[in-house]
Design a protein around this ligand. Structure first.
Ligand code: COA
Length: 667
């Protein structure tokens, strides 16, 4: 047997020369994360360049069109490893030879901090800079906060750090973070010229004063950051750190930044947000489906210009698709372009990227869908109507067109079978408002082709959504879990709690709204109609709380009718005697002696209901893995991401989280 030599370990940092300029290149695929080997390699390369008498300047860049995707997030599960990133940044900033960062692609987190520690920054037109650490429960920990405070005023620094948003090259230049913006092919050469011209040196950022700016503007932004955090520590810690830093020297600020970073690094919130980060990447792995099976999509049809159809159309336009909306009702059709434009503006506010409406047409005839690659039906949630529409679309479009149904509850297999071509049909369940909500369930029918699933998945990703694969069942993943905890909360009402107490418990836990406020916002009538439809098949022994039915019988359909679980005064929800009398009536009919339920007990019950339903969902194979359920709850129903989702959270408290269906096959 021939013995092969062990493979040469890849070198994650490479050094080369361009005249008297040393080029130091990070090469650690896929995103040039700053692992321990990269940090050590950077320090070695810097030392050698500084010691080399023939080198007069240094350019720092990244291989394969990416500067650096930040700290290696996988390392955060263990202890800090030397050399640390602050050490590398200090070596760059303190280099006696000028170091200029040549940024192509992403310079994120620690990558952005390396660039900020450099003596100048040249950005390629495609560069994106960000300090997204708060999204991982952290703050920048390698001097990023202190250096940023010396480039932009405190309010701008807080905006950048607390939002973690990506800055395009032009914005970075406008803010003073970039010295030059050039085409990508010129970025290293321009940085080399700048580095040579700089030899002899201007003061580094650490020698400059903090740019305080308008303190009142900073304080009011900090107050908004606190209000929006809903229990998440990292953005609040960023605001506190920046405020404290305004009165500190660079060295004192660095020390405070580091201690805050290390404290957050060890926190449960950071662990939960890392779980979410990797869960999002893992959710793209679908057994039996390969990304390459997706068909190319340029034209997408949307049937129905109601709330869902207009939101879906706006989301698709945001992904750069040509969108053809078909709406038979003349009045609705006339208003559709403006409603889509409004939805597109909301989408742009959420994503920061403007939406181009030029690709939109609205018509009444299905004939215009004949050359669409994908058609999404978004008509009213009625099985007969959807069946008829899907049949019509399948007949009117070529064989290769994928046909998606945007249903929340209906049986996708049944709908698909009725078309005679179930292989072409897939569920694409958007959450309202579709232009803003990130979650999309891709419902894989028993006969959906791999192409149909891969295409739906790819389109959802391109429009910036988070697609999660779900199997066919009543409510799929997210709505099924929501129904389970809402039912449990109705039991809690009968047992002694009141809607405002339950909603307050959810908000204190980190949800943006509680279940009764959400129900009022969505409207109580659709669920009522569904309950009436299912009444005959309901198990007579099942505990059933009639209060929602009584509210609807009284014409209280939620916010839109002025009353539901709450009464609305000037749009504000108020506790309502009528609702509370009905709830107490339900308790006495059931013979329950009501007693108050504390907030933590309310949340324990809600979480237990979520976990129990999740176990069934996994057992039945409706979800591929536990982490997909966490994502569905976070992005579909506002479960706080910093708690990691219901299954991650329950695992932390010792309850056995239900096992992944893919755990062994798909590690
Ligand atoms: N550390 C370790 N791994 C990372 C990473 C990081 N900072 N950033 C990305 N990766 C991994 C992903 O887990 C994924 O691995 P996989 O292929 O095994 O699933 C791979 O790199 C590609 O990432 P993905 O997000 O799928 O690629 P993308 O092209 O869509 O996006 C980025 C690239 C860099 C924009 C995105 O990954 C990102 O935002 N990363 C995090 C950046 C960050 O927050 N840095 C600060 C850390 S404190």
């Amino acid at each position: 047997m021939s013995e092969s030599l062990p493979p040469h370990p890849p070198v994650p940092v490479r050094r080369s020369r361009d005249g008297s300029v040393t080029i130091i290149r990070i090469d650690n695929p896929p995103v040039n994360a700053l692992s321990r080997a990269v940090r050590a390699g950077l320090l070695d390369a810097l030392r050698e360049a500084v010691a080399d008498p023939t080198a007069s300047a240094i350019v720092l860049c990244g291989a394969k069109g990416c500067f650096a995707g930040g700290a290696d997030i996988r390392e955060f599960d263990g202890p800090s490893l030397d050399p640390s990133l602050p050490e590398v940044c200090a070596a760059i900033a303190g280099s006696p030879k000028p170091v200029v960062a040549a940024v192509e692609g992403h310079a994120l987190g620690g990558g952005c901090e390396l660039a900020l520690a450099s003596h100048a920054r040249v950005l390629a037109e495609n560069a994106r800079m960000a300090l997204p650490e708060v999204k991982l429960g952290l703050i920048p920990g390698a001097g990023g906060t202190q250096r940023l405070l010396r480039l932009v005023d405190a309010a701008t620094a807080l905006d950048i750090i607390a939002s973690g948003r990506f800055l395009a090259a032009a914005e970075a230049q406008g803010l003073g973070l970039a010295d030059d913006v050039v085409p990508a092919r010129d970025v290293v050469a321009t940085a080399a010229r700048r580095a040579l011209a700089r030899a002899g040196a201007a003061p580094t950022l650490s020698e400059q004063p903090v740019r305080v700016g308008d303190v009142e503007v900073f304080r009011s932004l900090a107050a908004r950051v606190r209000a929006r955090a809903r229990g998440q520590r990292s953005p609040v810690a960023a605001a506190e750190l920046l405020e404290a830093s305004l009165g500190l020297s660079f060295a004192e600020g660095l020390a405070l930044e580091r201690s805050t970073f290390l404290e957050l690094r060890a926190s449960d919130q950071a662990a939960a947000l890392r779980h979410v980060f990797f869960a999002e990447r893992r959710s793209a792995e679908v057994p039996g489906i390969d990304r390459s099976q997706a068909r190319d999509v340029t034209r997408v049809g949307v049937i129905g210009a109601g709330t869902m159809g207009t939101g879906i159309a706006a989301a698709l336009l945001g992904g750069g698709y040509t969108v053809r909306v078909v709406e038979p009702d003349a009045g609705v059709r006339r208003r559709a372009p403006e409603r889509i434009a409004e939805a597109a503006r909301r989408a742009a506010r959420a994503s920061g990227a403007p939406v181009d409406l030029a690709g939109l047409t609205v018509g009444d005839g299905i004939a215009c869908l004949a050359d669409c690659d994908l058609v999404v039906e978004a008509v009213f949630e009625d099985a007969d109507l959807k069946t008829a529409v899907l049949r019509f679309v399948v007949d009117a479009t070529p064989d290769g067109t994928i046909v998606a149904t945007n249903t929340s509850y209906l049986d996708v297999d049944r709908l698909a079978a009725a078309t005679g071509r179930p292989d072409r049909v897939v569920g694409l369940h958007f959450f309202a408002p579709a232009e803003v909500m990130r979650l999309v369930e891709v419902v894989r029918g028993a006969s959906s082709s791999a192409t149909a699933v891969a295409t739906a998945f790819a389109v959802a990703r391109r429009v910036g959504k988070l697609p999660i694969v779900a199997g066919v069942c009543d409510g799929f993943i997210a709505n099924r879990i929501m129904a389970s905890y809402r039912r449990e909360m109705e039991y809690a009402l009968e047992d002694g709690a009141l809607p405002h107490e339950i909603d307050a418990a959810f908000e204190a836990y980190g949800f943006p709204m509680g279940p009764f406020a959400v129900a009022d916002l969505s409207g109580l009538d659709i669920a009522w109609a569904r309950r009436r439809r299912l009444a005959a098949s309901r198990d007579p022994h099942e505990r059933y709380v009639p209060v929602a039915d009584w509210l609807c019988e009284a014409g209280r359909f939620g916010r839109k009718s002025g009353a539901g679980w709450y009464r609305y005064v000037d749009g504000k929800p108020m506790r309502d005697d009528v609702t509370e009398r009905l709830i107490k009536g339900a308790s006495s009919v059931r013979g329950i002696a009501r007693s108050p339920i504390p907030a933590d007990r309310i949340m324990q019950r809600a979480l237990a209901a979520m976990v129990e339903e999740a176990a069934s969902i996994l057992r039945e194979g409706v979800a591929l893995r536990a982490s997909d359920i966490d994502l569905a709850m976070i992005h579909g129903f506002g479960f706080p991401a910093w708690r990691g989702g219901p299954l991650f959270e329950s695992g932390r408290f010792g309850a056995a989280a239900p096992a992944d269906r893919t755990a062994s096959a798909d590690p």
